[in-house]
Design a protein around this ligand. Structure first.
Ligand code: ZN
Ligand code: ZN
Length: 721
C-alpha cells in the first residue's frame, strides 16, 4: 500500500515535470503548469512539498529555482519548510547572493546549512566572507563539526589569519577532532604550512592517529614550499614506513625536492613508481619529472620525458625551456621555444625570460630582438623579471643603449634592475654611466648588495679609479649586510693590477683567508701585462702548489716568458703541461650572420671561403700597415723566425672572423660582432683598432672576460684587459 502511494506520487511529479519540459520552460507556462498541477492534487501539504522538492532537485539554473521559490510564496506555501533544499539548490548552481538571503531568513540554522554556505564561499575564493560567516556561527553558539573546521582552516590560511587559525586549532583539540579526524588533521597541517610554521604542522601530523596519504602529502607539500627539502624526504620515508601509498600529488611534490637536492637516484626511483602506479599520463607528475631531470643536469632524460607528452601545457614548456637554458643547452632551448610558439601556446613571463637567458648566453641579438617583439605584443614589457632579462641580453650583446632604453621604460625600479643595468655598463666599458647609476641608486634609498659591488669595482677598474675603488671596497667591507667574496677581491686585484700597483695587489691577496686560484691567476695576468718576471715566477710557484694542473695559469706564464723571449722557460712550462697531459684549449672565434653561426680556429685554412677571407686579410694588412700597424710578433708563442711569426699572426681566429664578416656582408653593415672563447690577443687588439679606421665600421668583440667596442681606432677597454 505504502509502496503504491509512493509510486503514484512519483508518477504524478514525474508527469508534472514532464509537462514542464513539453511546455518549453517559459516563465508563464511554468507558473500556470505548477498551479494546474497543484490544483489537481488539492491542498495536501505533504504532497505539495514533494512536488516542490522534485522540482527543486531537477532545476538547473538560478532562474528556475527563483521561479519555484516565487511560486511557493505567491501560493502561500510556507517555503522555509523547504529552506535547506532551496539553499542547497542555489549553492549547487553557485548563486551565493540568493542563497545568503534565504540563509538569513531560515528560522533554524543547522550546522549542515552553515557548512554548505561556508564551503561555497571558499570554493568561490571568497575566503574573507567565509571567515565572517564562521564568526557569526560561533556567536550563535552553533558547534562546528569536522567539515566546518576543515573548511574554515583553509579560509584562515587564504586570508592569513594566524590567530584565528590557532583558535580553531584549539577548538579542534577540545572537540577531540585534532587526533581522531584525519580531515581536520590534514587541514591543520596545510594551514600551518601556508603560514610557514612547519614545526606546528609537523607536531599536528605526528598526533593524528590514522594517517593517510592526504595528511602526508599536505606535510610534504608544506616542506617543499617552505624550501625544507630534507624534511620533505624524511616525511616521505616516514610515510612509506607506515605503509601509506603515495599518490600523484605526493610524487609531484617530492620530485621538486629531488631536483633541488640533486637526488637523481631517488628521482629515478619515483619515476619508476609513477610508471608502476599508472600516473604517467598526468601532466603534473610529468612536468615535475622533467624539472627534476633538468635540475640534476640530465638534459637528455628531461627531453625524453617531454617527447612522451601529447599536449604539453605552458608550465611544461616553460619548465623545459628554462631547464635547457640553465644547463648550457641554449640552442635546444631556443629551438623548443620556436616549436612552442608554432604550436600556438602563449608564453608567460617565465618562458620568455628563460628564452632570453638562452639568447644572452649565446649573445644572439637577432633572436633576442624577436623575443622582445613578442614581449611587446603580449604587453609584458613592464614586468621586472622580463625587464632584467632584456637589460642583461642587450648588455651581453654589447648594445648598451638598447639596455638603457629598456631600463628607462620600466615604471618602477628595484635593486635587481639597477644592478643588471650597472653590470651592462661596467662590462661594456661605460664606467662613468655605471658609477652615475651607483650614485642614483644611493639617492633612491636602495641598499647596494654584493652584486652591486662587483659592478662598481668593475667600473672603477675600467676607469682606472684605483683609490676610489679601494675606498668603496673598504666601505663595503665595513657594512654588515654584504658578504665580501673572493670575486670582489679578484676585482680589487685587477684594479691594482691594471694600474701596475702589483705589490699592493699581492698584499691584498695575502689578507684573504685561503686565496684561490682565480686570485693568483688575476695577479699573474697583471704580471704579464706589466712584464714583471720576478713576481710572475713567484706566483707561478704558488699556483702550481695550489693546483698543479691549472691550465689557465700555465698558459699565462708561458705567454709571459714567450713575450720576453725566455724560450727555455717556455719549454719548461710546456713540457710540464705535456707531462701532466694538459692542453691549451684552442682559440676560437665566431660570428653570427643571418642566424647562422660561423666558427674559426686560429691558423685554420680549411674554411670553404678561405680564398676570399685571405684576400680581404691581405688587403686590410696593406692598409693598416700604411696607418702604422706593426705586427706584434712578441705575441707569437712559438720559437719561429720573424717572417713566420708575422704570417702566423695573420690567421688568428679573430682576424679570420672579421675578414669573413666583411666579405659576407660586402662591408655593408654598421657593426660587426665577434665572439672569442679566450681573451683577445694583443696583436689582434691593435689590428682591429686600425681596421675600424680603415673600414669605418664599429667592431664589437666579446671575449671570455669582457667586451671591446672598437670604433675610429680606439677601444672601450683603453687597452687593458
Ligand atoms: Zn690574435
Ligand atoms: Zn679592447
Amino acid at each position: 500500500m505504502i509502496s503504491l502511494r509512493w509510486r503514484v506520487k512519483v508518477w504524478r511529479s514525474a508527469k508534472f515535470v514532464q509537462a514542464l519540459h513539453i511546455r518549453g520552460f517559459t516563465q508563464a507556462n511554468r507558473n500556470s503548469t505548477i498551479s494546474t498541477t497543484l490544483n489537481l492534487h488539492g491542498t495536501n501539504l505533504k504532497e505539495t512539498s514533494n512536488i516542490y522538492i522534485s522540482l527543486i532537485q531537477q532545476s538547473k539554473s538560478m532562474e528556475e529555482i527563483r521561479n519555484i521559490q516565487t511560486h511557493m510564496i505567491n501560493n502561500g506555501f510556507p517555503h522555509l519548510r523547504l529552506g535547506n533544499k532551496l539553499l542547497n539548490a542555489y549553492l549547487k548552481v553557485g548563486c551565493l547572493g540568493y542563497a545568503h538571503q534565504l540563509f538569513d531568513e531560515l528560522p533554524q540554522r543547522h550546522v549542515v546549512a552553515w557548512n554548505a554556505m561556508i564551503s561555497c564561499y571558499i570554493r568561490q575564493k571568497r575566503s574573507a566572507e567565509a571567515v565572517e560567516l564562521y564568526r557569526k556561527m560561533e556567536l550563535e553558539g552553533v558547534c562546528p563539526d569536522d567539515f566546518t573546521l576543515s573548511c574554515v582552516l583553509k579560509a584562515f590560511s587564504d586570508v592569513g589569519l594566524v590567530f584565528d587559525g590557532r583558535k580553531a586549532h584549539g577548538k579542534a583539540v577540545v572537540l577531540g577532532l585534532e587526533v581522531s579526524n584525519v580531515f581536520v588533521g590534514s587541514a591543520l597541517v596545510d594551514m600551518y604550512a601556508k603560514f610557514g610554521q612547519m614545526r606546528n604542522a609537523h607536531v599536528v601530523a605526528d598526533r593524528v592517529v590514522a594517517k593517510d596519504v592526504v595528511l602526508f602529502t599536505a606535510l610534504i607539500v608544506g616542506y617543499v614550499q617552505n624550501g625544507q627539502d630534507y624534511e620533505a624526504m624524511q616525511a616521505l620515508s616516514q610515510m612509506s614506513k607506515k605503509g601509506v601509498k603515495a599518490n600523484e600529488y605526493t610524487f609531484t611534490s617530492i620530485l621538486v625536492s629531488c631536483g633541488n637536492l640533486k637526488e637523481l637516484c631517488l628521482g629515478k626511483l619515483i619515476h619508476g613508481l609513477i610508471i608502476g602506479g599508472g600516473h604517467e599520463s598526468g601532466v603534473s607528475p610529468r612536468t615535475s619529472l622533467l624539472t627534476m631531470y633538468s635540475k640534476c643536469g640530465m638534459v637528455e632524460d628531461s627531453l625524453k620525458v617531454f617527447e612522451h607528452l601529447v599536449n604539453p601545457s605552458l608550465v611544461t614548456w616553460t619548465s623545459l625551456i628554462v631547464g635547457l637554458a640553465q644547463n648550457g643547452k641554449e640552442e635546444i632551448a631556443l629551438s623548443k621555444f620556436s616549436e612552442m610558439m608554432r604550436s600556438s601556446v602563449i608564453p608567460n613571463c617565465f618562458t620568455l625570460s628563460g628564452a632570453l637567458v638562452a639568447c644572452s648566453s649565446l649573445a644572439v641579438l637577432d633572436q633576442g630582438q624577436q623575443i622582445h617583439t613578442i614581449i611587446l605584443k603580449l604587453g609584458l614589457h613592464l614586468d621586472k623579471f622580463i625587464g632584467a632579462a632584456l637589460i642583461d641580453l642587450y648588455g651581453r650583446c654589447g648594445c648598451v643603449k638598447l639596455a638603457r632604453l629598456v631600463f628607462d621604460g620600466l615604471l618602477d625600479c628595484d635593486l635587481v634592475l639597477v644592478n643588471t643595468m650597472m653590470y651592462a655598463y661596467a662590462q661594456n666599458g661605460f664606467e662613468h654611466e655605471a658609477l652615475e647609476l651607483f650614485q642614483r641608486m644611493k639617492d633612491m634609498g636602495l641598499d647596494p648588495n654584493d652584486v652591486t659591488l662587483v659592478s662598481v669595482l668593475l667600473a672603477c677598474d675600467n676607469a682606472g679609479l684605483v683609490d676610489e675603488g679601494r675606498r668603496i671596497f673598504d666601505t663595503f667591507i665595513g657594512s654588515s649586510n654584504i658578504r665580501i667574496t673572493k670575486e670582489h677581491y679578484a676585482c680589487m686585484v685587477n684594479i691594482y693590477g691594471r694600474a701596475g700597483r702589483l705589490q699592493e695587489a699581492e698584499s691584498l691577496i695575502s689578507q684573504v683567508h685561503n686565496p684561490d686560484i682565480v686570485l693568483w691567476r688575476t695577479l699573474l695576468s697583471a704580471c704579464r701585462i706589466h712584464g714583471d718576471m720576478t713576481m710572475a715566477g713567484r706566483i707561478l710557484n704558488k699556483v702550481i702548489e695550489l693546483s698543479p694542473k691549472d691550465e689557465g695559469s700555465l698558459v699565462l706564464s708561458s705567454n709571459l716568458y714567450a713575450s720576453k723571449g725566455s724560450w727555455s722557460q717556455v719549454i719548461g712550462v710546456k713540457s710540464w703541461m705535456r707531462e701532466n697531459r694538459l692542453k691549451k684549449s684552442p682559440a676560437m672565434s665566431w660570428v653570427i650572420i643571418g642566424g647562422e653561426v660561423h666558427t674559426f680556429r686560429a691558423g685554420d685554412c680549411s674554411h670553404p671561403k678561405f680564398k676570399e677571407i685571405n684576400y680581404i686579410i691581405m688587403e686590410l694588412m696593406k692598409k693598416v700597415k700604411d696607418l702604422g700597424y706593426v705586427p706584434a710578433t712578441k705575441f707569437v708563442l712559438q720559437d719561429l723566425d720573424e717572417k713566420e711569426k708575422e704570417t702566423s699572426l695573420y690567421y688568428h681566429s679573430e682576424k679570420l672572423a672579421i675578414a669573413f664578416s666583411l666579405w659576407k656582408t660586402s662591408g655593408k653593415t654598421s657593426c660587426i660582432r665577434i665572439y672569442k672563447n679566450l681573451k683577445v690577443c694583443g696583436d689582434c687588439h691593435a689590428w682591429i683598432k686600425f681596421v675600424t679606421t680603415v673600414v669605418g665600421i664599429e667592431i664589437v668583440a666579446r671575449d671570455m672576460k669582457r667586451f671591446h667596442h672598437f670604433k675610429d681606432g680606439v677601444c672601450s677597454c683603453k687597452d687593458y684587459w
